[in-house]
Design a protein around this ligand. Structure first.
Ligand SMILES: [Zn+2]
Length: 56
């Protein structure tokens, strides 16, 4: 079962979610495990993030 990482836009912490690819494609309802926020986005790791979404 793959693990996906989501980064919370409120507290900037990573929440790791273990789920199947199928469930992920159908849309996961991810909640930040640190602060309970729903304001999370998938986190692809530093290299990919730098390539696709340059951080300023
Ligand atoms: Zn959070």
């Amino acid at each position: 079962m793959p693990a996906y990482e989501y980064i919370c836009k409120d507290c900037k912490k990573i929440t790791e979610v273990n789920t199947s690819y199928e469930k992920k494609e159908k849309g996961l309802d991810v909640t930040c495990e640190h602060c309970g926020s729903k304001n999370v986005g998938q986190y692809f790791g530093n290299m990919t993030v730098t390539a696709t979404f340059p951080l300023h």
